[in-house]
Structure formats: C-alpha cells, structure tokens
Design a protein around this ligand. Structure first.
Ligand SMILES: NC(=O)c1ccc[n+]([C@@H]2O[C@H](COP(=O)([O-])OP(=O)(O)OC[C@H]3O[C@@H](n4cnc5c(N)ncnc54)[C@H](OP(=O)(O)O)[C@@H]3O)[C@@H](O)[C@H]2O)c1
Length: 254
C-alpha cells in the first residue's frame, strides 16, 4: 500500500498561533511532511526563533506577526503569504485564547467581544480571505482547532465554550458551502493538551487528579499528538472527509 498520502510536498500551509504549543507542533509536523509554511502570532521575535528552528529542515518558513483581533493585521498576514508563495493550500486556524473565567450571567460585554473577536471572528475572517484564494486556485483544505468545550459545557468557561461551538459550526458551514470548489474543512476538538494555555490545570496536582479520573487513557495529550491529526486532515489521507469534528480527549467524554 502506498502511504505517501501523508506527504505535503509542494504544499503551502498557513498556521496561526505558530510560535508555541499546538501551532508550533503543527508547523513542525507540516514542514517534516514537506510543506512550506507561514506562521503567525503577536510576537515577532518568538516567530523568528521558531522560523530559525524549523528552517533547519530545509523547508521555507515565513514568520508574520498578526493580532487575531485586528483585521488589518490578518489582511497583511494573508498578503505576505501570497506575496511570498503565490498560493495557500492549507489553512490551520489555531490561535485562540481564554482571557476570562466565571459565570456567563456575570460576563461583561467587553469580555464577550474580546473572546468572540479573538477566537471566532479571526477564524471566520481568515477563512474568508483564504477561502476565496482556494476557490481561485482550484482547491485546498482547512483545519480548525476547536475544543471539547465546544461540544460539552465546562463550568466557568462558558464564553470560551460558546466561541468554540461557533468554530465547530463555522467548520460545518464552510464545508457545506465549499465542497463544490474542492475545499475540505475539518475540525479538531482536543481535551487537555500540555501547553502554556492549560498550564494552570496541568501544573496543579489536585486539579489534575480529578481530571485524570475522567480520562480513559489517564494522561493529557502532547501538542505533537494534535499535530498528527492536523496532518491527517490536511493531507491526501482524508480526501473524502469534510465538515467533521474529531474529538481527541483521551476518552474523557466516554
Ligand atoms: N491546550 C489545551 O488544553 C487546549 C485544549 C483544547 C483546545 N485548545 C485550543 O488549541 C489552540 C492552541 O492552543 P495552545 O494550547 O497551543 O495554546 P498556547 O500555547 O497558549 O498557544 C496559543 C497561540 O496562539 C497565539 N495567540 C494567542 N492570542 C492571540 C491573538 N490575540 N492574536 C494572535 N495570536 C494569538 C499565541 O501567541 P501570542 O500569545 O504570542 O500571540 C500562541 O502562538 C487554541 O485554539 C486553543 O483554544 C487547547
């Protein structure tokens, strides 16, 4: 059996949040698979350091700082990618944040705007920019990083969960609209992954003990494990899969 379908040779991928955690792991997996990549986050020096690290693979890496809540910076990111590579075969919407916790009824309007703009509008806006390009070039794939919080509520994280549920519906809606243009859109819903994002949880022994009890696999995920699933969706391994949400939570939701 030919297993070269995981190769991304000749492909260009844009990965947001590529300076650490899951986004960096995805950028590394994609360049290992032969893709040239563009990575973004808010911090140019962090991006430059990752570009240097990944650059040793021989693949091209374009590091462009862009704030998720500033559409002009997302425009600039997209324009720079087109300027350098002339196309985008793969978009990974990954950069997101959870800046506030607490009951939904107490959530202030400005916090609602902050989370929705950062997590949902940015994914939607970039999908529109890149989606038009993919239509023009005859196809592409998109992978959105959501969360199990977008499927089941997590007390105290209500607003974050709403934004992640929105990303799941963005995935399905885009997939339904864009399939006829040879564009597939899928979504990954991780449970706890060992990154800076979830450090308050995994560095707290008591909290982790409770969390582990729910997990069939009795451990949290490594970012590289999410990257493998992203490669699966982005590559020719999944040509007939679109609009799907793959839950990877170590069996917590069983
Ligand atoms: N870790 C988990 O347990 C877990 C579980 C489920 C889902 N997820 C999802 O996985 C994705 C990646 O998270 P992670 O765990 O890898 O977190 P992380 O280590 O905190 O990385 C987040 C990345 O997004 C960037 N970012 C954050 N806010 C941004 C903004 N406003 N504009 C542009 N870039 C921004 C960060 O860089 P800068 O801060 O330098 O901009 C960083 O590169 C997120 O969508 C998260 O919701 C994570």
């Amino acid at each position: 059996m030919d297993v070269s379908y995981l190769s991304l040779e000749g492909k260009v991928a844009l990965i947001t949040g590529g300076c650490r955690g899951i986004g960096k792991a995805i950028a590394m997996a994609f360049t290992d698979a032969g893709a040239d990549v563009a990575i973004s986050c808010r911090n140019q020096p962090h991006l430059d350091a990752v570009a240097e690290e990944i650059g040793s693979t021989g693949q091209k890496v374009l590091p462009v700082a862009a704030h998720n809540r500033k559409t002009e910076e997302l425009d600039n990111l997209y324009n720079k990618v087109i300027e350098q590579y002339g196309k985008v075969d793969i978009l990974v919407n990954n950069a997101a944040a959870n800046p506030a916790m607490g009951p939904l009824v107490d959530m202030e309007e400005k916090v609602y705007d902050l989370i929705m703009l950062t997590n949902l509008k940015s994914y939607t806006y970039l999908s529109q920019l890149v989606g038009k390009q993919m239509v023009a070039q005859g196809g592409g794939t998109m992978v959105n990083i959501a969360s199990v919080g977008g499927i089941s509520p997590d007390k105290g994280l209500g607003m974050y969960c709403i934004s992640k549920a929105g990303i799941i519906m963005l995935t399905k809606s885009l997939a339904a609209e864009m399939g006829e243009h040879n564009i597939r859109v899928n979504c990954i819903a991780p449970g706890v992954v060992k990154t800076k994002f979830s450090e308050a949880l995994w560095s707290n022994e008591a909290l982790m003990k409770d969390e582990m009890e729910q997990m069939a696999l009795k451990r949290i995920a490594e970012p590289e494990e999410v990257a493998r699933v992203a490669l699966f969706f982005a590559s020719a391994a999944t040509p007939y899969i679109t609009g799907q949400v793959l839950v990877m939570d170590g069996g917590s939701s069983l």
